[in-house]
Design a protein. Sequence first.
Length: 660
Amino acid sequence: MQPRDKSGNKDANRILKWAEEHKIETAFERAARIKPCPIGAKGACCKACHVGPCRLMGKGDENDIVGVCGASLPTVVARNFVRMIAGGTAAHSDHARDMVLTLLAVAKGETKDFQITDVKKLYRVASILDINFEGRPVNDVALDVANRFLEDFQRQKGEINYIKRAPKKTQERWRKWGIVPRNVDREISESMHRTTMGVDHEPDNLLLHGLRTALADGWGGCMISTDVTDILFGTPSPIKAEASFGIFKEDEVNLVVHGHEPTLSEKIVDVASEPEMIEYAKSKGAKGINLGGMCCTANEVLMRHGIPTAGGFTNQELGLLTGLIDAITVDVQCIMPALADLSRKFHTKIITTSEKGKMKGAVHMQYDEHRAKEIARDIVKLACDNFKNRTTGGSHITEKYRMIGGFSHEYIEYMQGGRWRGSFRPLNDAIMAGRIRGVVGLAGCDNSRVQSTGIHKFIATELIKNDVLIVSTGCGSAACGTSGYLTPEMALENAGPGLREVCEAIGIPPILHLGACVDNSRILTIASAMAAEGGLSDEIGGMPAVGIAPEWMSEKAIAIGCYFAASGVPVIFGGESPVEASPEVTKILTEVWMERFKGAFHFEPDPEKILELALKYIDGAREALKLKKYEPGKFGTERVLMDMAARRDMERAAKPHVGF
Ligand code: MSK
């Protein structure tokens, strides 16, 4: 890839070149044309009231730089940052609420289109929530679980349910600093209140509530959403899929599911293979129906059904530019409104499905969980009807890449010892021995302001070369998948000697695709399990682990970064800092949070420096834990990792399992 390329992906660059030749504008040109506001970008613009907006600029002590009301630069910067956290938390958590309401409808027998698919997971969640499940009808247990989760959106005092899943020491830190969330909505609402004109003016106090809101996202909204989705649609396990623009077929109806909510897309997956639907497609001249995904809905259906992905956020317009998509259904979050305009240049139908997210120029087909299959069939038919309108226009790409997705935390536990002895012991041992240097969560969006997906690829390649195991989610996973990075062969060819050995023994890629952006909660669960296993840190803080979102763009990413920092994970985001205008706020996010929570939030635009800082944190944590110094190719002793055959033998020998 050349540095001047707009994307780190060669297929994306081919499509972009085609668009340029045909004078079609995309987010890549708009990003070059529309420069960010230099005041807003650094967090120094206050729009909290209509005396302003005030631009807080000037030289000298930052506390002397004030708006008309006297709000200082650090106050304004902190307020803007907290509002980003609140926006991101609201997005994840509103999604979570809808998932819980679907579970409630299933439990009450109000919808026949959804069932409890993973009863074992339901029982596991019930057990965490202290809900008795032994000998009870499944739907009764589901009803109690759904109602217990709804408390996390209603309780006025106390603590959200899942706080207790964190290591005790991590919980103690949160209690000491008063940041345990009460309920998700209350923390979001209080964030908006505190940051409105004339309320909280103390940056540290504001940011502490920001962390409380972010924890409501991570250990509330995101974790609830992940668990309910697993209960309803199944807990993912490794599955083969394909990625990139070559997934679209010239002779079949191409229907894309895009957005974040898996409910309707699950039903589209169900009905698209029905014989009547396939016959319908054939009656319109197509050979069949080909489903594909975009963004995080793609991750959801890929993890559970192996539906191929066309990629992440910046690929959405490019997918349309292939001219091969007959319809795209969108629900909520990360959907570019530019799609509607772009679709007019092709035959593609854009179908909005949520009352929360409509778009001028799109067809609206309102999703209703009570008749989900019927709506899904209508959508598939609309895509089929549109097949005949397809022209030969568009930039057709044939390349696609194999990939493996579906690494839930349950599967990661299983792969380290089988069904009867699954644990995180082998991973901890491999880290202690220096075979694995550390773990990085590589997550977040891709971004047309930088070389989109290119920074993800650079960091992924360098980390695995340095024996760092990567867990990835969201568009970070898509960036890796569309580059062919999510295969076990990737480890053989590119990983350092220790990581390669581990990947070969288990048969896994060095980058584990954990799911959508809400599934960052799986990383919290893994980190908690590693702390409980012993041998490393006894809390999440202090682990040789780092979070990186090198191309982030969404407020959701900020909420995620903050819940990781508050949980004890140093986080490094790419791009310019949205708190750059205030050294005081920058210090709170880095040094103060590190001291209090063992996590920090850095912004670093230089990919080389992101890498350097991540490895510095990992090696620093190893040293503090008195682990063997990391030296490539030189390992200490550790328990032998079991390969697949050994695991199968052990399971055959074991007695039937009772419970879970
Ligand atoms: S879709 S929030 S661009 S990861 Fe989850 Fe991707 Fe970022 Fe949206």
